[in-house]
Ligand binder design. Structure first.
Ligand code: NDP
Length: 393
């Protein structure tokens, strides 16, 4: 039996992972499941799958989790240290599907004990790519990408030499506002931004898809994971979201990965790798689909893409600053305190200010440094948000 743990089990990726696990429960021994606010779901899945431990990130919900698990044999724990302790339990495979920078520390712990890390939490690579890769190498642990685009690139590269790669095209649906007039974007509401044309995902990544901050994170993730020159990485609009990524080689060949918009493909690939197994995903009828469209992204509509290029060029701790400022701006947009287009304004201001004040490019990428810079960037973002809100009144 393979021992597995799922971090972020109650979320969109976590639930899709559990869907696959529940189809073959005899193959897996579930060690830890973690969640945040959704205690009922966490407890239900932990009981169903006979997990050793269920952990909520929120210490104030521990009593509730304990009550839900009472008499079931599943241990209940809470808080950041409990998440780390859960990641220290020996397993063969870990799904990293916590949303945001909070996913970094448990992922690092899982790598330290040599587990294969199925990485949905792109923020880990954006904030601390070199640290994550070095930790994997030191512990002979493997990282398998779960973002559909990166899984697609990974699959296109099987048997290939990375040195023969001329370009990597990361596709983007264009999000909820692809066809909106630019001057209406500042008034986009939370409900409008929380609807994705093709994918059913968590709220934060859905809004990040509308602003293309998600694609910006993915460009940085591509640079970090595959170690390619940023000049070779492009985003391309593809409204149907069926081609997940393309890899162009020096002989002109372009390998595209095409599949349904269903995260169980990328999750299942990482779960069964290096085998391919039957997966419950739709088989595409290309004759019925008929057309696949592509277009260059408009950087006036999606300033996050320009910012991603700046972050990739600067390297070092810039990714951690970028992500932290984005997370704070997104919190404020969700809370109705920041306009949609002001998220990119705030992130750019924080990046500019922090690159003047700190040596982001050459500072060592340690967990402590990433945490410190993340904290500072959130403080700077709060200042910028206050100024931006005052200017808008
Ligand atoms: P969701 O918001 O649906 O789920 C996030 C998970 O993290 C939930 O289990 C949530 O708990 C938990 N969580 C939230 N905050 C914290 C915290 N501070 N500490 C610990 N746990 C926390 O997100 P998604 O599943 O959509 O995304 C997860 C990750 O995967 C993200 O990094 C995203 O970018 C990436 N990804 C997602 C894709 C998708 O299709 N959804 C596609 C590709 C990548 P609870 O819900 O109980 O509060």
């Amino acid at each position: 039996m393979r021992r597995i743990s799922i971090f972020g089990a109650t979320g969109s990726i976590g639930q899709n992972t559990l869907d696959l696990i529940k189809r073959a429960p005899d193959e897996y021994e579930v060690v830890a499941l973690t969640g945040g606010q959704n205690i009922a779901q966490l407890a239900r899945d932990a009981i169903d799958l006979r997990a050793q431990v269920a952990v909520t990130a929120d210490e104030t919900r521990l009593a509730e989790l304990r009550a839900a698990l009472s008499g079931t044999g599943v241990a209940a724990q809470a808080g950041e240290n409990a998440l780390i302790a859960a990641a220290e339990r020996p397993v063969d495979w870990v799904m990293s599907a916590i949303v945001g920078a909070a996913g970094l520390a448990p992922g690092l712990k899982a790598l330290e004990q040599g587990a294969t890390l199925a990485l949905a939490n792109k923020e880990s690579l954006v904030t601390a790519g070199p640290l994550i890769l070095a930790t994997a190498a030191e512990n002979s642990a493997r990282i398998l990408p779960v973002d559909s685009e990166h899984s697609a690139v990974f699959q296109a590269l099987v048997g290939e030499d990375i040195a023969a790669v001329e370009r990597i095209l990361i596709t983007a649906s264009g999000g909820a506002f692809r066809d909106w007039p630019l001057d209406e974007l500042p008034n986009a509401t939370l409900a409008q931004a929380s609807t994705h044309p093709n994918w059913d995902m968590g709220q934060r990544i859905t809004i990040d898809s509308a602003s293309m901050f998600n694609k910006a994170l993915e460009l940085i993730e591509t640079k970090e994971y595959f170690g390619v020159d940023p000049a070779k990485i492009e985003a391309i609009i593809h409204p149907q979201s069926l081609v997940h990524a393309m890899v162009g080689f020096r002989d002109g060949a372009l390998m595209a990965h095409i599949g349904a918009s269903d995260m169980r493909h990328a999750i299942g690939y990482a779960l069964h790798w290096p085998e391919r197994r039957d997966l419950p995903v739709e088989r595409l009828d290309l004759a019925r689909i008929g057309t696949l469209d592509f277009a260059a992204p408009d950087e006036a509509r999606y300033p996050a893409l320009r910012l991603a290029r700046e972050v990739m060029a600067a390297g070092g701790l810039s990714g951690a600053v970028f992500n932290a400022a984005k997370e704070r701006a997104l919190d404020e947009f969700i809370a109705g305190r920041l306009r949609f287009t002001d998220m990119a304004v705030v992130v750019e201001q924080v990046l500019n200010k922090m690159s003047q004040e700190h040596d982001l490019k050459t500072a060592a990428i340690t967990l402590d440094n990433v945490r410190d810079v993340d904290h500072l960037a959130r403080m700077r973002a709060d200042e910028m948000i206050t100024i931006t809100r005052a200017n808008n009144q």
